[in-house]
Design a protein around this ligand. Structure first.
Ligand code: FES
Length: 63
């Protein structure tokens, strides 16, 4: 894994729950390919904003 990929993986996707991009990518590698699936697998979207901030970022990861 190159350095840029490691740094990218440390970026917060779900700010409310403090979930990093790396956690989402691990589930994508295991075959999770929907926003709902990633939210369920990581716990994202259940914070105080109810996914308003992280949902667009999760969609971006899946593109
Ligand atoms: S940023 Fe994910 S629930 Fe608020």
């Amino acid at each position: 894994m190159n350095q840029q990929k490691i740094i990218d993986g440390l970026k917060s996707v779900c700010l409310c729950k403090g979930i990093k991009k790396k956690a989402f990518l691990e589930h994508v590698e295991k075959g999770v390919n929907t926003v709902h699936g990633l939210k369920k697998a990581t716990g994202a979207g259940s914070g105080s904003c109810q996914g308003k901030r992280c949902t667009p970022r999760i969609e971006e990861i899946l593109k």
